[in-house]
Design a binder for this molecule. Structure first.
Ligand code: FPP
Length: 254
């Protein structure tokens, strides 16, 4: 079980172990160029490729991308169906390359609303990369942080009905063990492109002590250099996890 940032002090390194990204700005990138919004999503897939490769080379162990939120179903039907087609294409075309790069693919979210063909492709891609351990790439699809906490609560109580009769016994670990990314450490660095400064129901439990980095760049323009700028900013953060700066200095001097 991964270390909880509210229960213990997780180790920190110069390169974040887990990076979580909201890939925002595809639509605006396209509109600026008088292209349909969907062209921005297609371009966004190229940025995904660049960032996966760059993270692998820099030693990031976990990369989690918010590809489709529980709320994105509210978008125009044609945009939703283009996004679904892009997932299918990416799963069909990219899995060999991911395998060569030692990437293990996980898709996290409520799969039940996806077409059976997409569900099958997801299961196959996950199985085919299951032996890899260099970089864990998680694609959050039909994912929402509140959905995750609710499904974890239900799973926890189903596994241990006694907890409902004695709720005082419930601790963080009971619940966290059932979150959809229970196997991963909490993100060290969160990046959101596209200029908005909000979490948008992404990993809301796990972001408790994550460093939050916002950039105005649109996702299709994001690549290795922009990732390095985010890492440079991260390196200069003082991660206190509730302690004071003086405590950190004293610890370092000892
Ligand atoms: C946000 O931009 C982006 C999305 C909702 C979709 C992200 C999807 C991809 C990058 C492509 C598919 C990904 C994979 C992993 C195959 P927006 O449309 O909200 O942009 P806007 O704020 O400018 O309108």
């Amino acid at each position: 079980m991964a270390i909880s940032s509210t229960q213990a002090i997780p180790p920190t390194q110069a390169i974040p172990e887990h990076v979580a990204i909201i890939m925002d700005g595809n639509g605006r990138w396209a509109t600026q160029r008088h292209l349909p919004r969907t062209a921005g999503h297609a371009k966004g897939v190229q940025a995904v490729r660049r960032v996966v490769e760059a993270c692998g080379r820099r030693g990031v162990r976990y990369l989690t991308l918010f590809a489709f939120s529980s709320e994105n179903w509210r978008r125009p039907a044609e945009e939703v169906s283009l996004l679904m087609r892009l997932f299918v294409q990416a799963l069909e075309r990219e899995v060999d390359k991911l395998n060569e790069q030692g990437v293990r693919l996980h898709v996290v979210g409520d799969m039940s609303r996806f077409e059976p063909r997409l569900q099958t492709l997801i299961a196959e891609a996950q199985a085919r990369t299951a032996q890899n351990d260099r970089l864990h790439l998680s694609v959050a699809a039909n994912y929402g942080g509140r959905w995750d906490i609710l499904q974890a609560t239900r799973a926890m109580l189903a596994q241990n009905p006694g907890l409902a009769r004695d709720p005082q016994r419930i601790d963080e670990q009971h619940l966290a063990a059932h979150l959809s990314m229970a196997w991963a450490p909490e993100p060290d660095l969160f990046i959101r492109t596209g200029g908005e400064q909000r979490i948008s129901n992404f990993l809301i439990w796990q972001l408790a002590y994550t460093e939050l980095y916002f950039t105005d760049q649109y996702w299709p323009d994001f690549g290795a250099a922009e990732l390095d700028a985010a890492f440079e900013w991260y390196r200069n953060r003082e991660r206190r996890f509730g302690r004071t700066s003086a405590q950190l200095r004293d610890g370092a001097a000892r």
